[in-house]
Design a protein around this ligand. Sequence first.
Ligand SMILES: [Zn+2]
Length: 113
Amino acid sequence: MPVPHERTSKKKFYRSPGGAARVTYIRGKSGRHHCAYCGGLLHGVPHSKGVAGTRALSRSQRRPSALFAGKLCTRCRATAVEEAAKVKSGFKAAEAVELSLKPFVLEAMARVE
Ligand SMILES: [Zn+2]
């Protein structure tokens, strides 16, 4: 009887040095990173390398250097920065910002002059 996780994980057969066929269970690839606001795919972020594989990369290889990179997609970043500028200039009330976008708007306000 296999260990429970072996029932669902992928099997890979290999030939041992002694000539016997053996089976090993391989892990699936980890998923891609998604935008925290809209759920779209994030570009420039490594995936399916695992935690150790990602940590082995240099800092600039882990995520782009743009604001909210690795968190929000380009469109949502633009929206958040726009809203932050509106709130900061008094064009829009902070309460009028969409609730799910608010944490990003507040972060953008703190980081953008
Ligand atoms: Zn998005």
